[in-house]
Design a protein around this ligand. Sequence first.
Ligand code: HEM
Length: 423
Amino acid sequence: YWFRWLSVQGAPRLALRLHARRGDPFAELMGGPRGVADPYPLIERLRGEGRLIRTPIAWATFDHELCRSILRDNRFGVRTTESFDIPGPMQKLAKHSPLPPNPVEPPSMLVIDPPEHTRMRKPVASAFTPRAIGRLRDRVETVTAELLEALPAGGSADLITAFAAQVPIAIISEMLGFPDSDKERFLQWGDRMTPLLDVGISWRAHRRALRAMEVMNDYLDTHIRRLRRSPGDDIFSALVTAGELDEFELKASASLLMGAGFETTVNLIGNGVVQLLEHPEQLARLRAEPELWPNAVEEVLRFDSPVQTTARTAVCDVEIAGTRVRAGDTVVLSLAGANRDPAVFPEPDRFDVGRANAKEHLSFSSGVHVCLGASLARMEGVYALQALFDRFPDLALDGPPRRRELFTLHGYEQLPVRLGQRA
Ligand code: HEM
């Protein structure tokens, strides 16, 4: 653990800390309290520095057009352990301490390039067809209704644990054939492993994440054995029996789907609740024009992106925005910054559920890694938010919401609410 932390996290952590102390806005955005609480003023400062800027650990852009074109450019790839100006010998050290299959290391499709990426993504993508998602619609509706029924009408609750996290975890658990009783474990593993998406995390957070990986690995071994003996009609049983992916690849895919399936959608729902409560005139508009709900969800995704950044590494020397980016250099792509780019979204800091081009946000990324679960996430977001506000029209905050201390994933860990009266 120690070696690995030092090689992939320690160096960027030191750089970010030193620069944050000197007031560098990028270092604060990626590793300071302001980056968690309200990243947007920092993003605007950085946007003012240019379309492509040099930061203490990498290049970075906050520009919609540039983010989109880099995501779709095959001269850029995703090689995370070789990113962020980590010295070569340190990268080698990390490779000598292999980890159990997990969402953020190869062969997880998230962090590999074509052609391997295509081979890993194809069998999983076949489970996410519009027909398959359509079949899940009834389940999302039922799960949402059951959860709302269980909330103490007239009382108080933490909306994240009691609702926002429960909708996506229930659906992804079913898709992966996991028993309902194991949901709490997944929530715990997700909580421990998501800091790995950030750059320069602490030694303690890193150790907790790697331990969770090991426990999850054992769990998935047993789960795959069970599905081989008696497959269900879930998508993971189909993947296991199809035989296109080996054991290690199956576990990497399952862990990615599990994390991606709920750690992001919980933020969409939570961020949506907060935005709508902070903009009552927008909520009133949705009551008058409920057909706007799908667009409102796009606007929540744009306005407060659940995934704030991703990164790409140049595979050869590339000239972009008049700057030469060398092979091996990493560019941090601020999806949240792209979503507030005034060149694409007029008055970008205004939350407007009727915004005509809200759907042009990059919250689901773009190019070959575009989010596989986007239509599922959209469906969950629309059902969950609309049903919640229909059922509790007087929903109100019951104390300040608390943000998760993460930079890449952006959402709340606590959202205390009063549940108004029944509709
Ligand atoms: C990839 C966002 C929900 C599965 C991604 C990426 C983003 C993203 C930004 C690409 C990262 C990159 O380009 O480096 C989101 C958001 C969600 C969401 C904001 C919810 C609001 C889901 C759900 C699932 C899912 C519900 C599955 C059930 C995946 C997978 C990938 C992915 C498998 C990897 C695709 C690849 O690398 O080819 N997501 N996601 N996501 N997402 Fe999502």
